[in-house]
Design a protein around this ligand. Structure first.
Ligand SMILES: [Zn+2]
Length: 287
């Protein structure tokens, strides 16, 4: 499942390709992909037509495009507050295409632009979705329940660490809780826990403030490094807007490495289940 670095890589690609672009038509091939859009499929397509992409944003694993009825002057942020929000789900992809390209078999939504290019939302498993909503000045209105991610100015590490320590919850589970900290999924949670030397099963309340802060620092570092590498291509379904893979997979220390030697101490990496998710850890480095 795409996590923050993968979503941010996709956001940058879409922004670079379509900022300033005028939407001329929208076709929805599978209503499930716009299920969150309360006013329905026809409204979804109708309310995007004639709008210009003026910029983009992201919180955690959600990304969005700012839209305005008037083309903005170069580099200006939008005057309008309309946004097209996207969650890639398990297998969602955005692809930048020229008009006339043969449709992908999992093409769910096609956004046509006035300059003969198209933005395709391709999603094999259809857990992803698109919706049009308004922006409240910080995030789209429908994302109020999603906590800030580590790169946002709204992110408060001290408070975040204190909240972790007030909970009887396994740290691994807490890292996956998008209402506590957003953008982290199974891969980067395992990696950050290994770097911090914390076993995912440990309860939040059993961690010192200093250690919790250290963990958040590792979360930030691992996300940054993965972003630099263009994300992790954990399966063929994650690709950038040009169809290429990311390169972070080779840097992973524990995720997907059960039975292989720990890069720090040589002990065999183990796999266990926490909640209903698999967790990878080094039994010697993580306590
Ligand atoms: Zn180790």
């Amino acid at each position: 499942m795409p996590e923050l670095p993968e979503v941010e890589t996709v956001r940058r690609g879409v922004d670079a390709a379509f900022r300033g672009g005028l939407i001329s038509a929208v076709e929805v091939y599978n209503p499930r992909s716009v299920r969150r859009h309360a006013a329905g499929v026809d409204d979804f397509a109708a309310c995007l037509r004639g709008l210009t992409v003026t910029g983009s944003g992201r919180r955690g694993k959600f990304m969005w495009l700012h839209l305005d009825a008037e083309p903005s002057s170069a580099g200006e942020l939008p005057g309008g507050d309309r946004v097209l929000v996207c969650h890639l789900g398990m297998s969602g992809q955005f692809r930048v295409m020229d008009a006339g390209a043969e449709a992908h078999r999992h093409l769910r939504v096609r956004v046509r632009f006035a300059d003969e290019r198209e933005l395709w939302f391709v999603d094999q498993r259809t857990f992803g979705f698109l919706e049009v909503t308004d922006h409240d000045g910080t995030v789209p209105k429908t994302l109020g329940h999603i906590a800030p991610d580590v790169f946002e100015p709204e992110f408060d590490a001290e408070r975040c660490a204190a909240r972790l320590r007030s909970r009887r919850i396994e740290v691994k589970k807490a890292l996956l809780d998008q209402g506590w900290i957003s953008g982290v999924g199974n891969i980067y949670a395992d990696e950050a826990l290994w770097r911090a030397g914390i076993r995912g099963r440990r309860l939040g309340e059993r961690i010192s403030q200093r250690k919790a802060m250290e963990l958040l620092g590792h979360v930030r570092a691992v996300l940054e490094e993965a972003l630099e590498a263009g994300g992790t291509s954990f399966d063929p379904l994650y690709v950038r807007v040009n169809g290429e893979s990311g390169y972070f997979s080779r840097e992973l220390a524990v995720y997907g490495r059960a039975g292989q030697p720990c890069r720090r101490c040589g002990t065999s990496i183990r796999r266990e289940v926490i909640g209903d998710r698999s967790a990878h850890y080094c039994p010697k480095c993580q306590r």
